[in-house]
Design a protein around this ligand. Structure first.
Ligand SMILES: Cc1ncc(COP(=O)(O)O)c(C=O)c1O
Length: 915
């Protein structure tokens, strides 16, 4: 850390996870330093120290500013000259202006005067004077990155040529920023979230001269597996386009080239939207840039709804709230109208015509909005849902699984899947996640377990019945799979398997380059490509020969290659509302299935009809449309900010002396056993070394941890997770969380998490720690002992998590396999005569230990941990009973505290066995 003259410390680069935050903090540090300079002058030791610190900050900012259009290289140079000329008065005014404009975003709305002669132009509009409505209706701003190695004069020419193309009717306003090389372009798009379009010109060079550590970190992210050094200069441009698409696929790239059209036609240009052969056609370029952004800005259903709400209509359908009629005429519910405002009611309608559309049979703006969402999320088809991912999961399962089909599913997945299995009549094979006994939670299902189950089914001759593998990515606690690896290795065992990835918590992942690698849609697209490559076919043939007759454990240990005729059949469900902008229950189903059109479309339609309301909420659909616009234009920025917020919480808990005493943020090392962390990465932040680069582990480890989900171990406070959540966080400080385990609580950051909410959380934790310190200071010896006993009990005496036992023989659905017919068990329990209740007593444990087969008649789900520990038809093991008895939670769904466990009686089991 460097000491600042005015007392504060400037954090070092290692303290920052992202360069964006570093940049913001450096500008405010510069503002403070020049203000101090104005006050003190340069005299004396203090003055000299401040002078040196301003110099240092200018130097630290110089390489960073290259990538941003505001304040821009010229203005930045001008500020440096003012400093060199000791014109501190003007310097202070202008730097204040820059810092303010960066914080408020004023530079997006107007020109901020930054030349010396403009220093007294403080009459330029005050941001606070602009009404929020005016701001909302202003023209959105973005930046265009031009990649070309040009002189200063040419740079001015390029910028002014584009500026001259501006027209009053343009929907957006943009500024250009020019970088010289391919590497700079990659750093630039990863670092400058304002960039929406990249223009690659023929003069670009390869290497960046920028050696700033935090920026080279950005370059490493893309450079790891890309050898750009071997390129010919004529290949730089096309290669830049290809890499841009890999890093930020939502961006528009334009290639300006002097190579022939025939040469260019055969190259992979990523998502390059246009190739220009005439370097100086600025009007064409300008119009294309605007059109490209307009494609993403477009929200067909939201616009249709807005238009509809303006039309005068007579309401003769069944929705009295439509246009607010039942409210405005009311004597008693006017406050509802006042609270929500008029628009929401003007937009409430059940009409499917008049510019609107039907969710059940979309042909107009809903269809278009869904197509845009498919593009944004990398899917082939996308379907909106207005009743959450709980419904999406049931739709997908019903569309694909026929009664008796075998489904491999993680046991601790969301309950909608278990109910989905019941509805579909699936033969269920539960897979075990690795347990995290010390924290009373599960991790995720290891690939060896998935392959092991598939191979066992193959050995039993039942592989043809296996239809689907269903997994949760990421898990509630943030464990993330290597999706592509799981799919390809499973396809190597059965080439037409279907995958449903429950990404309820992972919709945002598409918009972070590190995260994107581990999303279902990205994996499906990569696999489609790799299956087409001749090398894959060769590798498969070679491996198939080597594995001929090999025992299962060799198959499990080998990294399997799928055959080139394997089918890519991948589905993902997103609770858009959980991680992106969408109203509650706004969810999406994304499809990337090569056989969707040929085989699934009709059954999907039926399943969609089964579960979708005939009165879907239009506000939810509109919010999905707008949420999609947001991620395509600023998802990258928001996800980066979210990660930065989460990382700062991780850092604070790891370094604050008082917080360290009672709390601990669980790291990847705590939550993922070493066998599944090939990179050896144990934590993202190290108090000595600062941040680790997580790209590396995300590229290779079997499991990684989503750093934005923060599991805080609270056993050291003497409170269990649930008490800490309700009595401390909620009741005392108004902080809401929704997951706890016996000794942990989970904090989820999201794209709306602000720096101040992070600061508040840290403050609260510090206050809790201080209170505990004081309490223990004044405690008697006995009180102290009691506290220590509580801590030991929470941290060390955690009941081991029970495995899934097995389905009772009466419900086995595929001979020689563990598959169970959960549906028969579920409906058998509808008849009270088939069931008894058993008290959760010590005697019951002993009976189970003695070999008595007790069989659950219902789902039993304790909160926490929140996953079913018993399914209908499952044998209740002594282990499960012991776990239930040790659980000190009051909320257990499916268990009657007054009656006990609901089990099948003998007669019912005998009847079931015969049927
Ligand atoms: C993994 C998982 N899948 C699905 C759901 C259900 O999503 P929704 O609340 O959108 O119905 C949840 C809800 O918490 C979940 O955690």
């Amino acid at each position: 850390m460097n000491a600042q003259p005015h007392g504060r410390k400037i954090p070092g680069i290692g303290d920052y996870y992202s360069a964006t935050q570093l940049r913001a903090d450096r500008w405010s540090a510069l503002r403070e330093a020049v203000e101090a300079l104005s006050r003190h002058g340069v005299e004396g030791r203090q003055g000299q120290k401040i002078l040196a610190s301003v110099q240092e900050l200018f130097e630290a900012l110089a390489p960073i500013e290259l990538y941003w259009a505001f304040p821009g290289a010229n203005a930045f140079e001008h500020l440096r000259r003012l400093f060199d000329n000791r014109n501190f008065e003007d310097l202070t005014i202008l730097i204040r202006r820059v810092a303010r404009a960066l914080t408020s975003g004023a530079y997006r709305r107007r020109t901020v005067p930054l030349m010396a002669e403009e220093a007294d132009a403080d009459d330029y509009e005050d941001e606070s004077a602009i009404a929020p409505e005016a701001r909302a209706l202003g023209r959105p701003y973005f930046e265009v990155m031009i990649v070309d190695h040009v002189s200063e004069q040419q740079e001015r020419f390029l910028k002014s040529s584009l500026q001259r193309m501006r027209r009053a009717e343009d929907s957006f306003i943009y500024e250009a920023v020019i970088v010289p090389s391919l590497e700079d372009a990659l750093i630039g798009i990863l670092f400058n979230h304002n960039v929406q379009a990249v223009v690659v010109r023929p003069g670009l060079t390869l290497k960046s001269r920028n050696t700033l550590q935090i920026l080279s970190k950005y370059l490493r992210r893309v450079g790891d597996d890309e050898d750009v050094d071997a390129l010919e200069p004529s290949e730089y441009g096309p290669e830049a386009c290809r890499l841009i698409a890999k890093v930020r696929p939502e961006l528009d790239a334009y290639l300006v080239t002097d190579r022939s059209a025939e040469e260019i036609a055969g190259l992979d240009l990523g998502r390059c939207r246009r190739v220009f052969y005439n370097q100086e056609d600025f009007l064409e370029l300008h119009l294309n840039i605007l059109r490209g952004v307009a494609r993403r800005f477009k929200t067909p259903f939201f616009n249709a709804l807005k238009e509809y709400s303006k039309q005068p209509t007579g309401v003769f359908h069944a929705l009295p709230i439509s246009r607010g009629k039942s409210i405005t005429r009311s004597h008693w519910i006017q406050d509802m109208g006042a609270f929500y405002g008029a628009n929401i009611f003007l937009a409430e309608t059940s009409a499917t015509s008049g510019g609107l559309d039907s969710l059940l049979e979309p042909r107009g703006p809903i269809k278009e909005a869904q197509e845009l969402a498919a593009r944004a999320f990398g899917a082939k088809q996308t379907f909106f849902a207005t009743n959450g991912t709980s419904t999406c999961n049931k739709i997908v399962v019903q569309a694909l699984v026929r009664p008796g089909d075998i489904v491999l599913i993680d046991r601790d997945c969301h309950k909608s899947h278990h109910y989905g299995m019941v509805l579909a009549g699936a033969s269920v094979v539960y897979m075990e996640s690795y347990p995290l006994h010390p924290y009373s939670m599960y991790g995720a299902v290891p690939l060896s377990e998935i392959k092991g189950k598939l191979l066992a089914l193959r050995a039993a001759g039942k592989l043809d019945k296996v239809r689907m593998v269903l997994l949760t990515n990421c898990t509630f606690d943030g464990i993330v799979y290597d999706v592509e690896r799981v799919i390809s290795e499973c396809l190597a065992i059965k080439k037409d398997l279907i995958f449903l990835w429950d990404e309820a918590w992972f919709a945002f992942a598409r918009f972070g380059p590190t995260y994107r690698q581990r999303t279902a849609m990205n994996a499906a697209n990569n696999l489609r490509e790799s299956l087409r490559r001749p090398e894959t076919a060769k590798a498969y043939e070679k491996q198939a020969k080597a594995l001929e007759g090999a025992p299962d454990d060799v198959w499990i240990k080998t990294r399997l290659v799928p055959p080139s005729d394997a089918r890519v059949r991948v589905y993902a469900t997103h609770s858009t509302h959980k991680t992106l902008t969408a109203l509650r229950q706004g969810s999406m189903i994304h499809v990337n299935d090569q056989d969707f059109k040929g085989e699934v479309e009709q059954s999907f339609h039926e399943a969609y009809m089964t579960h979708t309301s005939t009165s879907p909420n239009y506000q939810i659909i509109a919010s999905l449309d707008v949420g999609r616009r947001q991620v395509e234009l600023e998802g990258f920025e928001f996800v980066q900010r979210q990660i930065e917020s989460a990382m700062s919480i991780r850092r604070a808990v790891a370094t604050h002396p008082l917080l360290k005493k009672y709390f601990r943020v669980l790291t990847a090392g705590d939550m993922i056993p070493a066998d599944y962390r090939e990179s050896g990465m144990t934590s993202y932040y190290d108090p000595e070394q600062g941040w680790h680069d997580i790209w590396h582990s995300w590229a290779q480890d079997e499991f990684v941890l989503d750093p934005t989900r923060i599991t805080l171990a609270v056993g050291g406070t003497g409170w269990d997770g649930d008490t800490f959540k309700t009595r401390i966080l909620m009741d005392k400080y108004g902080i809401q969380i929704n997951k706890t385990s016996r000794n942990t609580v989970l904090f989820m950051t999201n794209i709306g998490t602000t720096r101040s909410s992070v600061a508040y959380l840290i403050e609260v934790l510090v206050e809790i720690a201080k209170d505990l310190d004081e309490l223990l200071d004044d405690a008697s010896r006995m009180e102290r002992l009691a506290f220590e006993r509580r801590v030991t009990s929470l941290v060390e005496h955690v009941p081991p998590l029970p495995d899934f036992s097995r389905f009772h023989d009466a419900f086995r659905s595929a001979e020689g396999t563990p598959a169970g017919d959960i549906r028969s068990a579920f409906f058998l329990a509808y008849d009270e005569d088939n069931c008894d209740y058993e008290e959760l007593s010590k005697e019951l444990v002993e009976r189970a230990e003695a070999g008595e087969e007790l069989v659950s008649a219902s789902f039993v789900i304790p909160y926490p941990p929140g996953f079913p520990i018993l399914m209908p038809g499952q044998v209740i093991s002594a282990e499960i009973l012991a776990f239930m008895r040790a659980l000190d939670v009051s909320e257990i769904h499916g268990y009657r505290h007054d009656l006990g466990l609901r089990v099948f009686n003998k007669a019912a089991l005998e009847r079931a066995a015969k049927s």
